[in-house]
Design a binder for this molecule. Structure first.
Ligand code: HAM
Length: 441
């Protein structure tokens, strides 16, 4: 018998019913992008290798280690043999298309989104594949169209916060940094080289090489033994010139006005060389080691680096595989939640609470029982992780027969007569199930 052929390492088949979730994410992204007036762009899956070497940077891990590159042989005399590469990311391709189709001549900002596969020869693990999918967007245009404005950065970030909210992703963190501009970067790099030189011999082999070729990449190093040294190196924020500093402050102020929460991360340099000024990532704790749900930033010099006109831009790419993982984990967690957590207020209420839990369980509800030895605040904290709502049973409730129920999803507290409680909870469960099914459809 011949051995069956399998999918290549790091690639996967997506099958129903999971594909329905992939489609739902794409539909929601399209809806949100349309509201912000983005149009779709589709660029080829492969490009000339030079595009990524010049655009993303020869010294990056992506270009130096991870690309699928081959010599494409000429088929006719009119053709030439050339080096081609499966796209490892799509920003360089979008900017190439912007230049090739002379979109700068429209004089307007181009707001473009894309959804599609990317390819990197990385070590596969949870959330990291060799063929993976990105949902990305780019805002690019001539400076006179406002492409350099910090408001563009903040608007893109605000759009991302809205998209994640609409997808139902909970618990993300926006990490933000500025890596400076073409004018303030050289001074910082010189400082960094100088600081690394005397300690480089104590760092990993990659850092020793990067210290010479591209010192900014040292800040990206994940090797545990190098972390103490890296923390002691000069920070980019202290080397920004007045213009870069003002740009970053304006981005932060606009985010605050729009109530988009963020944290500063002075080591967020990202793994691609085209970034200038704003860089960001949205991370999620549930993802494990590969915790970046998405990443992006500003790239004011990319167009010129690949032979185009001055066309500053900002954009991002979401890892769709990681979005799916996060939503699936959330759904699983949600499914495992109890309908209610019965919390006795004081140990004297323990017996009565057991009786109440029994009543609800016999009605078919999934119920957790706390302990009157816990303070109410502690009960709330624990219950919030394991149940949809908490029912407080104190002396007053027992005497009046009216119970206080706090719903964790809305933070609303209601008073419900004990005789109606089981029916109320069953109805709430049916309603939630219906809502979920409608969402899926
Ligand atoms: P990136 O950080 O290389 O940026 O990738 C963006 C996102 O793609 C990551 O945060 C992650 O969620 C996902 N991703 C990357 N590699 C893998 C992988 N091997 N497996 C699964 N998911 C992965 C870029 O690609 C830039 N082009 C983003 C950008 C757009 N910057 C400006 N405009």
């Amino acid at each position: 018998m011949t051995t069956p052929v399998k999918a290549v390492r790091g690639t996967r088949d997506l099958l129903p019913p999971e594909t329905a979730l992939w489609s739902r994410i794409e539909a929601t992204a399209r809806e949100v992008f349309a509201r912000y007036n983005f149009g779709e762009i589709r660029t080829p899956i492969f490009e000339e290798t030079t595009l990524f070497a010049r655009g993303v940077g020869e010294e990056t891990d992506i270009v130096s280690k991870e690309m699928y590159t081959w010599e494409d042989r000429a088929r006719a005399q009119s053709e030439k043999t050339q080096s081609l590469t499966l796209r490892p990311e799509n920003t360089a391709g979008v900017v190439r298309a912007y230049i090739e189709h002379k979109l700068s001549e429209t004089g307007q900002l181009q707001k473009l989104f894309y959804i599609g596969p990317q390819f990197r020869r990385e070590r596969p693990q949870k959330g990291r594949y060799r063929q993976f999918f990105q949902i990305g967007a780019e805002v690019i245009g001539p400076p006179h169209a406002g492409s350099e404005s910090p408001l563009r950065d903040a608007e893109v970030l605000e759009m991302l916060a809205s998209l994640l909210e609409e997808l139902g992703i909970e618990g993300w963190t926006l990490r933000l940094n500025s890596v400076g501009s073409a004018s303030d970067r050289p001074a910082y790099l010189a400082k960094l080289r100088e600081a690394i030189a005397p300690v480089a011999h104590r760092m990993c082999a990659d850092c020793q090489r990067r210290a010479e070729t591209n010192p900014l990449r040292v800040l990206d190093c994940k090797v545990a033994e190098d972390q103490e040294i890296i923390e002691s190196l000069p920070r980019i924020a202290d080397s920004l010139d007045e213009a870069s500093r003002a740009h970053f402050a304006a981005v932060c102020a606009a985010l605050e006005a729009a109530r988009v929460p963020y944290t500063l991360d002075h080591r967020l340099v990202r793994g691609l060389d085209y970034y200038t000024r704003t860089t960001f990532e949205f991370t999620h704790g549930g993802l494990g080691a590969q915790n970046a749900l998405l990443g992006g930033g500003r790239y004011d010099g990319l167009s010129e680096a690949i032979g185009g006109p001055k066309a500053p831009g900002i954009g991002f790419a979401i890892g769709q595989d990681r979005l799916v993982l996060t939503l699936q984990a959330q759904e699983q967690e949600e499914a495992e939640r109890a309908d209610a957590w019965v919390a006795p207020v004081g140990e004297a209420q323990n017996p009565a609470s057991l009786a109440l839990a029994r009543e609800l369980r016999r009605a078919g509800l999934r119920v957790e029982l706390g302990d009157g030895g816990f303070r109410v605040r502690k009960s709330m904290e624990v219950a919030d992780r394991q149940a949809r709502r908490i029912i407080l049973l104190g002396e007053d409730e027992l005497a009046s027969g009216v119970l206080t129920v706090k719903d964790f999803s809305t933070a609303v507290q209601t008073k419900i007569p004990r005789a109606e409680l089981a029916a109320h909870l069953l109805a709430a469960r049916a309603e939630a199930k219906q809502k979920k099914e409608k969402q899926r459809a």
